[in-house]
Design a protein around this ligand. Sequence first.
Ligand code: RB5
Length: 151
Amino acid sequence: MIAIGCDHGGFEIKEAIKDYLNNEGLEYRDFGTYNTDCVDYPVFAYKVAKSVASGECERGILCCGTGIGVSIAANKIKGIRAAVCSDEFSAEMTRRHNDANVLCLGGRTLDKKKATLLASVFLNTPFDSGRHKVRVEQILKIEDGTFKVDL
Ligand code: RB5
């Protein structure tokens, strides 16, 4: 199950990504917003991030004007690794190296075709694990305050 959400700035690319998910037969839960009326992006970032952190959804996709606001908000939730991407290489590498579980996209920086392409790369790329697993685990240790660094 994929969690998807947006604010007014990301509404159109969210709808385009839903078309892609429908065509691929991929299940998703749409946390809104459901039109282009002005709304506050942290609300939708929180809903999507919580659904991924709780395990209800495997991955999330969040869209706002730039992708930045929703990423800042989503990354406040423990266990969330939200990445803003605007190119295919970053969308691939944030899965392979960071095991990112939320993709953040900008409706004012990407057209529908590019946004859909980045979503497909994100959803179809596995985590490399290995040395990258150690680093992702270190992120969790920062979150819970148990990460000890020798300076
Ligand atoms: C809304 O105008 C805009 O601020 C929002 O979509 C997003 O770009 C924030 O980062």
